[in-house]
Write a protein that binds this ligand. Structure first.
Ligand SMILES: Cc1cc2nc3c(=O)[nH]c(=O)nc-3n(C[C@H](O)[C@H](O)[C@H](O)COP(=O)(O)OP(=O)(O)OC[C@H]3O[C@@H](n4cnc5c(N)ncnc54)[C@H](O)[C@@H]3O)c2cc1C
Length: 347
């Protein structure tokens, strides 16, 4: 293989898809898509799908628009019909921005993770799951040798794309054998980016909840412990009729403060908070789940120009270069793929 991509999030998968051919993607987890993630639960009456990271996809810009609506199957893609409204920390609910709400909010029947799966199933590149890259070593012939965290060598590559959150990329570089001056420059550039944490809580009800004119509420003044509250069952195919699922995503401050708290305490606190916000009893849920996102969305960004081009053949992609959105992560993956194509045709 000529090219290795580290990380099968949407940035890495878009890079691999754009390049095609002799490309292998290494992914530490069991699935594709990274933070465009979906969990499923078998409940009485049928399977329930919950997007516990990315809530929906926007097709505002290439390449995500092209991938979702043109290149990959759009058979299971649907727009979430109801709008997003806002609330402030006094729990006053306002109608959302009509312009923003006019833009489709895409989800797949079986969740946003379908996007990663469709990219991986495209056959344009190879993916190796459950392989965590632990070290990159510069090789005498100018190529890079990759190692997993057990120390096994995984081959030599002309080009390597690091498509993982900046903190994880910094840890990987710290463990790698790279020319010292460039390594320090890369580590310094990565330090400019920072992420907030996010506790994402799903609450399931074996009953209907009160009907609402909105699909979700977003906190407008950023002062509430809850950043986002959504009716997951509004997404086509996500919940069985007569059952409800909500997703609450908590602010960076709340998530940091509650990080070490036990799951039951967090879930009960969040359900009580949601009850107050909606003026409806939501504390009698039938099941609940929680996801701790250490790297949820970036607060500050790093400069792509201070990372890409510092070492020949070593590239960086990911949302910390453009902003915490799937379509922006995809843009960084595509940009790196174009740079690699240019570099290869010039040599
Ligand atoms: C709670 C939450 C809500 C969000 N809501 C939205 C939303 O509504 N709309 C939206 O557009 N975006 C949203 N986002 C942001 C969006 O999910 C991200 O911006 C985007 O998915 C980032 O993609 P990425 O490829 O840069 O990184 P990631 O998705 O993080 O992909 C990196 C991948 O690399 C793997 N990896 C890490 N280290 C290694 C290693 N050493 N070896 C091998 N593999 C490794 C990881 O397992 C992961 O799969 C949300 C994110 C979160 C967490």
């Amino acid at each position: 293989m000529a090219i290795a991509v580290i990380g099968a999030g949407i940035a890495g998968l878009t890079a691999a898809y754009t390049l095609g051919g002799e490309v292998v993607v290494f992914e530490k987890s069991r699935g594709f898509g990274g933070r465009a993630a979906t969990r499923w639960y078998d409940r009485p009456g049928g399977r329930v799908y919950v997007d516990h990271g990315t809530q929906y996809l926007r097709s505002e810009s290439d390449p995500l628009r092209r991938l979702m609506l043109q290149d990959l199957s759009s058979a299971d893609l649907s727009d979430i019909a109801r709008p997003v409204w806002t609330f402030d920390s006094s729990h006053v609910i306002h109608e959302g921005d009509s312009e923003q709400n006019a833009v489709p909010k895409w989800s797949y029947r079986h969740g946003v993770a379908t996007l990663g799966k469709l990219l991986a199933d495209s056959g344009r590149f190879e993916v190796r799951l459950r392989v965590r890259i632990g070290k990159i070593q510069t090789h005498a012939d100018g190529r890079y040798r990759l190692y997993d965290t057990e120390g096994s060598a995984l081959g030599d590559y002309e080009q390597v794309v690091i498509a993982i959150p900046s903190g994880q990329a910094a840890d990987l570089l710290a463990a790698s054998d790279l020319p010292p001056t460039e390594k320090v420059a890369l580590q310094t550039a990565l330090q400019a980016a920072s992420y907030r944490r996010c506790l994402s809580i799903a609450l399931g009800y074996e009953r209907d909840l009160a009907p609402r004119p909105f699909y979700a509420l977003v906190n407008s003044d950023k002062r509430d412990p809850m950043a986002w509250f959504a009716y997951e069952h509004d997404k086509i195919g996500h919940a069985v009729r007569g059952q409800a699922v909500v997703v609450a995503q908590m602010s960076g401050d709340y998530s940091l403060a509650q990080w070490e708290n036990d799951n039951d305490a967090i879930v009960n606190d969040v359900a009580a908070h949601a009850s107050k916000l909606l003026g409806e009893r939501l504390t009698d849920f039938d099941w609940a789940d929680i996801q701790r996102w250490r790297y949820s969305q970036p607060n500050t960004l790093a400069e792509a120009a201070q990372l890409n081009g510092v070492l020949r053949g070593l590239w960086f992609a990911g949302d910390y270069l453009r902003g915490g959105r799937v379509h922006l992560a995809a843009e960084t993956g595509e940009a790196v793929a174009f740079s690699i194509q240019q570099a290869r045709s010039a040599s």
